[in-house]
Design a binder for this molecule. Structure first.
Ligand SMILES: NC(=O)c1ccc[n+]([C@@H]2O[C@H](COP(=O)([O-])OP(=O)(O)OC[C@H]3O[C@@H](n4cnc5c(N)ncnc54)[C@H](O)[C@@H]3O)[C@@H](O)[C@H]2O)c1
Ligand SMILES: O=P(O)(O)OC[C@H](O)CO
Length: 347
C-alpha cells in the first residue's frame, strides 16, 4: 500500500472515487456521517443505496469518525453536495494539515455567496495554501467508473505540482487523468453543464429531437464560455473535458440525474417532487439560480439559463420557455467568444 487517502463523503461519486483510489493500492478511507453505512461498507463491501451492484475492494474502509478518517492522511478528496461543502470542510478542518493534498470533486456553487467550491474550502481552511487546492472534474458517471469503463477526467489547480500529485493518485488503466492550471474554468464548466443537462432532459420530455439537443449543447456551451470569459477563465478550458466533454455526457447519458430531473419536470412533475423521488443530489437546480445571479452580476447574456430559471423558480411552462428562446432577436454566433482574444489566457 502507498499512502493513506481519505474521501468525504460516501455518496455515489465519493464511493466511486474511493473505489478507484483503493484499486490503485492506496490505503483508502471513506468518511460518512452514517454509522450504518460505514458498517455496510466495512462488513458487506457494498454501498447499496448510492452504488448498487458494485462490490467494493476489501481494503476500502469506512468510518463515521472524522478524526479517525483523517488521521495520517496525506490527501483528502471532498465529494460532498455543494449545499453541504462548508459544513463538511468545517468539520474536517482541524485534521487537515498544511501538507495534506486537498482535492474536491463537487460541481456547483454555494447558494447564498455564489462562491465556487474551492473558494468555500479556502474560506474554511485559513491555514492552508489556497493555491494548492485541486478540483477533479469531467465526464464521469459513478456507475461507469465503478464498472471500470474507460473514463477521462481533469484535475485543475493553480499549483501545477499539486495537480500532478492528484493525477498520480487517481490515474490507472480505466481512469485517465489530465491536468489544467485553470481551476476557475474547470469549476465553472463542471457546475454549469448541469443547467444545460436539465434543459436537455426538458427538451426530450417535450418530445423534441436530436436537433434541439444539439442546439442546447452548442448554445449552452456558448453561454457557459461567455460567463467563464467574464470571470477570467481560459476559454479553451470549455473545449475540454470539464466543458464540452461533461456537457455531452450529462445531456445524453441515461445515468444523468440532471437530465432525468429535466425530463420529469417537462412531463409535469414539480422540481420538489422529482428531488424527493430521486433521493440523490441534482446540482443543476440550485446552479441555475446561482448562474442566473452571476449572469446579472457580470452583465453576461445567458438566454438558456435565464429561461430555465424562469421555469424552475418563476412558474413559466417549459413549452413557453422554448418558444421565447426560439423567438429571440437575431444575433451573431461567435462574436462574444471572438472578443476573448483580449483576455490574459490568450497572450
Ligand atoms: N454521481 C456522479 O456520477 C457524479 C460524478 C461527478 C461529479 N459528481 C458531483 O459530486 C457531488 C456529490 O454527488 P453524488 O452523486 O455523490 O451525490 P449523492 O446524492 O449520490 O450522495 C450525496 C452524499 O452526501 C451525503 N450528505 C448529504 N448531506 C450531508 C451532510 N450534511 N453531511 C454529510 N454528508 C451529507 C449523503 O448522505 C450522501 O452520501 C455533486 O456535486 C455531483 O455533481 C457526481
Ligand atoms: O448524474 P448527474 O447529472 O449529476 O451528472 C454526474 C456527472 O457530473 C457527470 O459527469
Amino acid at each position: 500500500m502507498s499512502e493513506k487517502v481519505t474521501v468525504l463523503v460516501a455518496g455515489s461519486w465519493g464511493t466511486a472515487l474511493a473505489f478507484v483510489l483503493a484499486e490503485n493500492g492506496h490505503r483508502t478511507v471513506l468518511w460518512t456521517r452514517s454509522e450504518q453505512q460505514a458498517a455496510e461498507i466495512n462488513e458487506q463491501h457494498t454501498n447499496h443505496k448510492y452504488l448498487p451492484g458494485v462490490r467494493l475492494p476489501d481494503h476500502l474502509k469506512a468510518t463515521s469518525d472524522m478524526q479517525e478518517a483523517l488521521q495520517d492522511a496525506s490527501a483528502v478528496v471532498i465529494v460532498s453536495p455543494s449545499a453541504h461543502m462548508r459544513e463538511i470542510v468545517r468539520k474536517a478542518a482541524p485534521y487537515i494539515s498544511t501538507e495534506t493534498l486537498v482535492v474536491h470533486a463537487t460541481k456547483g456553487f454555494e447558494k447564498d455567496t455564489l462562491m465556487r467550491m474551492s473558494q468555500v474550502i479556502a474560506d474554511e481552511l485559513p491555514h492552508y495554501n489556497a493555491e494548492k487546492i485541486c478540483v477533479l472534474s469531467g465526464p464521469s458517471h459513478a456507475e461507469e467508473v465503478s464498472n471500470r469503463c474507460p473514463t477521462t477526467v481533469v484535475v485543475a489547480s493553480q499549483d501545477v505540482q499539486a495537480a500532478e500529485r492528484a493525477q498520480d493518485l487517481f490515474i490507472n488503466s480505466y481512469f485517465r487523468v489530465y491536468t489544467n492550471p485553470d481551476l476557475l474554468g474547470v469549476e465553472i464548466g463542471g457546475a454549469l453543464k448541469n443547467i444545460i443537462a436539465l434543459g436537455a432532459g426538458m427538451s426530450d420530455g417535450l418530445g423534441f429531437g436530436d436537433n434541439a439537443k444539439a442546439a442546447l449543447l452548442t448554445r449552452g456551451l456558448a453561454e457557459i464560455t461567455r460567463l467563464g470569459i467574464a470571470m477570467e477563465a481560459n476559454p479553451l478550458t470549455f473545449a475540454g473535458l470539464s466543458g464540452i466533454g461533461d456537457l455531452v455526457v450529462t445531456c445524453t447519458s441515461k445515468h444523468s440525474r440532471n437530465w432525468r430531473a429535466g425530463y420529469e419536470i417537462a412531463r409535469g412533475k414539480s422540481a420538489e417532487a422529482v428531488l424527493q423521488e430521486m433521493g440523490m443530489v441534482v446540482e443543476g437546480i440550485q446552479t441555475t439560480k446561482a448562474a442566473y445571479q452571476l449572469s446579472q452580476e457580470y452583465g453576461v447574456s445567458m438566454p438558456i439559463t435565464s429561461e430555465l430559471h424562469a421555469v424552475l423558480f418563476l412558474g413559466k411552462s417549459p413549452k413557453t420557455a422554448v418558444e421565447d428562446l426560439m423567438g429571440r432577436g437575431k444575433t451573431h454566433e461567435i462574436e462574444e467568444i471572438a472578443r476573448a482574444s483580449t483576455i490574459k489566457w490568450m497572450k
